[in-house]
Structures are given as structure tokens and as C-alpha cells.
Write a protein that binds this ligand. Structure first.
Ligand SMILES: [Zn+2]
Length: 83
């Protein structure tokens, strides 16, 4: 069972960040790689030389909470207006 805090964070980051290679947004179910500089790319895009972690975008969000801070209410509203 996901906590409300985690759910809020997942919802916020779902479709927020772009892959630097293909420029597509990351969604929670996408397979991604994270390098040692905490850069994310899709696992099907150009492979990173220094992979620190890989898994679905949701796995990465859950395993590295320090890289993906809990959004403020203002940030959540700003994202809601983009969609
Ligand atoms: Zn990509």
C-alpha cells in the first residue's frame, strides 16, 4: 500500500522530466537508467557508461527519494495547469 506522500510524489514526477536523448517524458512504467550523476535516460535510448541504478521510473523514484523531493502544493498546482 502506497503512502499518500509517496503517491503525491509519484503523481507529480509522472510525465514531468524529459529524457535528454529522445526528449520524451518519463512515465512511471518506463524502464530507465540512472547514472552516477543522477541523470536519467530511457534504457532503450543511448546506454550510459556509468549506470548506478536501473528499473522502472517508479522504482527509481522510490529508491532515490533524495533526488526527487516531495513537491510543494505550488509545484503540484503548476504541473496540474500544464496538463
Ligand atoms: Zn529516451
Amino acid at each position: 500500500m502506497l503512502s499518500i506522500k509517496l503517491k503525491r510524489r509519484l503523481n507529480y514526477y509522472d510525465g514531468l522530466i524529459r529524457c535528454p536523448h529522445c526528449r520524451e517524458y518519463f512515465f512511471l512504467k518506463d524502464n530507465v537508467n540512472m547514472d552516477i550523476m543522477h541523470t536519467l535516460t530511457h534504457s532503450h535510448c543511448q546506454p550510459l557508461l556509468t549506470i548506478k541504478d536501473s528499473g522502472t521510473f517508479q522504482n527509481i523514484l522510490e529508491r532515490h527519494p533524495q533526488c526527487f523531493p516531495q513537491p510543494t502544493q505550488q509545484q503540484q498546482l503548476a504541473k496540474a495547469q500544464l496538463v
